[in-house]
Design a protein around this ligand. Sequence first.
Ligand code: GTP
Length: 342
Amino acid sequence: MKALILVGGYGSRLLPLTYSIPKPLVDFANKPILQHQVLLNLSSIPSLFYFHRLDIKDCFHNLSRLRHVGVTEIVLAINYRPEAMYNFLKDSEDNLGVRITCSQETEPLGTAGPLALARDKLVDGSGEPFFVLNCDIISEYHFAELIRFHKSHVGEATIMVTKVDEPSKYGVVIMEEGTGRVERFVEKPKTFVGDKINAGIYLLDPSVLDRVQLKPTSVEKENSPDRLAAAGEHVVGNVLVHETASIGDGCLIGPDVVVGPGCVVEDGVRLSRCTLLRGARVKKHACVSSGGTRASASGRASRNVTVLGEGVHVCDEVYSNGGLVEPRREIRSNIPNPKVVK
Ligand code: GTP
């Protein structure tokens, strides 16, 4: 099994310390943060437990850390001050008994982009899930339990959450009660929506890597079952957005909207009670309600159900009320009443 540790953050909350030292290498209790993490997560050296003032139960947890659940290779996702990180590696790899490799970014790729960059290092054909860890967390959680849980559900990703007193400072994870299925992420909520936050520990199936794009993006965005819900106030009721769809700024979406793979919804669009099938594009400030389309629309589709066939183009300022439009037509004038357009 493999693990990727995200060590590329600028650590702005630790400034000015992080002007000269990358956050993972800042000393915490006389050792770099990363060293605590790698050692505590991989090693069974009992003396380290004292540092955490762990009781017997916690020791049992630590003994069952990553190494013991089969992690043999760590990929460090590096963005910032790589030379300092390489020196750390040189000193540490032999002692740790795991293979450590680096994946070097040329621009900050966030928390998900590094997965795309390290794809070849993470996929080994075994189909086994891999861990992703933030570099600045030291967890006492039983990783074997995490693997068991991951294998017990049908999802491709498991995220560890932790309860906090002040959720308004963090990205809150909203889950279905009973199953724990993630419904959405709400970044720094202004009103109370839950108190479980992303703990920065994930277990992901390799299939996730097929979708993560090589661009600056976050794990939450790339794995959200309903990406738009994170936008909160711009989503109303049931809305399902495919992870490869893109949604512009200032859109109001819902209720009862499905946005399919590869769809592009430009800025300021209003969508309600409609389905955008694979590849549809809705242009700036268009309004679609009661319809389904694989078309590019810049006017309005409304009231009676409009169905636009593949490759149909609706021109600016034009509306369709109940038009059933055959593929590859251009709609230049309004369709005021239901009719078939051949
Ligand atoms: P702050 O700036 O103080 O928020 O700290 P940070 O830069 O570490 O950001 P944050 O705590 O949100 O990062 C979460 C994890 O992702 C940490 O382990 C970071 O090192 C890591 N990380 C953040 N941005 C990047 C990036 O662009 N590339 C890589 N490889 N890791 C990143």
